[in-house]
Design a protein. Structure first.
Length: 143
């Protein structure tokens, strides 16, 4: 049996769950760490739309929203046949810990190892930026 194509990341963020959750669900706050445009409707069936880096548009729908604890949404890229909108699933759990929040992210539904590697690199970059901004620091311009 082969291991499914999944990206898993964990990151400790020096901020309360409510702060981290806000940076994941408030379009204005999201733009401080990811994207140039965002529309998010954090409710079951609500839209998830983020223009990442001004050239790639991620689109999906929220499937689960448990304020300050958990988010899940379908995910994919507009104009990309390999990973179209809704083809993947992002699941985020926020766990309160001393000194902040442990964020666990699982990105499933990726089509191949190359897509896993690309998304692993992207998530590492953007979750680092999220950790900075949620902790009250400026992550700088997105390269």
């Amino acid at each position: 049996m082969t291991e499914p194509l999944v990206v898993r990341r964990e990151i400790q963020i020096a901020a309360p769950q409510s702060t981290v959750f806000a940076f994941l669900t408030d379009a204005e706050k999201m733009l401080r760490w990811i994207g140039t445009e965002a529309t998010v409707e954090p409710r079951s069936g609500g839209l998830y739309l983020v223009n990442v880096g001004g050239k790639n548009v991620a689109r999906g729908q929220f499937t689960e929203v448990v304020p300050v604890h958990r988010l899940a949404y379908s995910f994919g890229w507009e104009g990309n046949e390999e990973t179209p909108p809704g083809s993947g699933l992002i699941e985020i759990d926020l766990i309160e810990q001393e000194g902040g929040t442990l964020m666990r992210l699982t990105h499933s539904g990726l089509p191949n190892a190359a897509a896993c590697a690309t998304h692993e690199k992207g998530w590492a970059h953007y979750l680092g930026r999220l950790a900075e901004v949620a902790a009250g620091r400026d992550p700088g311009p997105d390269s």
